[in-house]
Design a protein around this ligand. Sequence first.
Ligand SMILES: [Zn+2]
Length: 112
Amino acid sequence: MNLRPRYHVRKDDLVMVIAGKERGRSGKVLRILPKRDRLVVERVNLIKRHTKPSKKAPQGGIIEREASIHISNVLLLCERCRKPVRAGHRILEDGRKARVCKRCGEILDRRA
Ligand SMILES: [Zn+2]
């Protein structure tokens, strides 16, 4: 069995960075790195990498990619409040569990 730590955010969540040098930036969670308690957020913490020419990039050169940040540095972003928020839980009418914004009640699970 695959025991995964339970985090307050998941892949595809919209999050905002609340600490560190990228504070105030927001984006979608691309990847969670459970062994290291880190995650990768779209367009956040970009680093430049120098690459050798390859089939994909025949010129080589510099590519930008996201570096991971610590998972405790992000909170879910509520699009209605436009603020990072803590999530509560609610059972939906169809019986599914969803995370909701504790401030406004907006459903934060994008696939719910
Ligand atoms: Zn809200």
